[in-house]
Design a protein around this ligand. Structure first.
Ligand code: PRP
Ligand code: ZN
Ligand code: MG
Length: 226
């Protein structure tokens, strides 16, 4: 990373639920990008701005470590990384600039349809498959339930049928994934939407000027949509 660079670096999700709307928002704010599928870095042709396209799970850490200036990321991933870093003594400082009006979803516990689930107490001593172990354990602890995690980085919804877990804790947007896997949503533990975050510390003046220009444009775009 060229620390002397005056180009503002913005991390967005490469491919997933937030990608299209992240790019659309930045374009609506006046930044022009030509995106090539295989390229991780895209330079704006009309502003000193670079887009870094990465896995969403990596975005909070890149921002908290000051490797990129801004990030567009779901609150779910942001909070999970914050809890993980807190627990492992890694700095988790960042500034939340705006809540963005897309990427709405919830992190929920779901069980197989045929289970006669009565309530959280049924999860006592069970195993729950998830990509969000910190958010899940945080919630279970508050509810006085002790269950173990089966940590998967993907395909969480297949875990009960595969005999890897009794329940899952995963993101639900339309509910289609749960439905397709014979699961039913029972507890909503976290509600999420996309967020614009900034790295800790102050930005060089040239970068700050771009952020100062960007924020009112985001407000304008979001207001026009209402
Ligand atoms: C989430 C989740 C499910 C899907 C649910 O994945 O893991 O796979 O979305 O959406 P639905 O209720 O509309 O079916 P996400 O898109 O966040 O991708 P990732 O798990 O690869 O980060
Ligand atoms: Zn992800
Ligand atoms: Mg998924």
């Amino acid at each position: 990373v060229d620390k002397s660079s005056q180009r503002l670096t913005i991390a967005i999700q490469k491919s997933g639920r937030l990608s299209t709307e992240s790019i659309a928002l930045l374009q609506a704010c006046g930044f022009r990008f030509s995106l090539h599928e295989a390229r991780l870095l895209a330079h704006s042709s009309n502003q000193p701005v670079d887009l870094l396209r990465v896995r969403d799970d990596d975005i909070p850490g890149l921002v908290m470590d000051g490797v990129v200036d801004l990030g567009l990321v779901g609150e779910n991933v942001l909070d999970e990384v914050r809890l993980e870093r807190k627990a492992t003594n890694i700095s988790y400082d960042f500034t939340r600039l705006r809540a963005l009006e897309f990427g709405q979803c919830r992190l929920s516990i779901a069980v197989p349809k045929e289970d006669n689930y009565q309530g959280l107490a049924d999860l006592q001593g069970k195993r729950i498959a998830t990509t969000y172990p910190y958010l899940l354990q945080n919630y279970l602890q508050q509810q006085g339930i002790s269950a173990s995690n089966a940590i998967l980085t993907g395909s969480v919804e297949v875990a009960p049928r595969a005999g890897l877990a009794d329940a899952i804790c995963d993101l639900v947007s339309t509910g289609a994934t749960l439905e397709a896997n014979g699961l039913i949503e029972k507890e909503v533990i976290f509600r999420s939407q996309a967020q614009l975050i900034q790295r800790p510390g102050s930005l060089p003046a040239a970068k700050q000027a771009i952020v100062d220009q960007l924020l009112p444009r985001i407000d304008g775009v979001q207001m026009a949509k209402e």
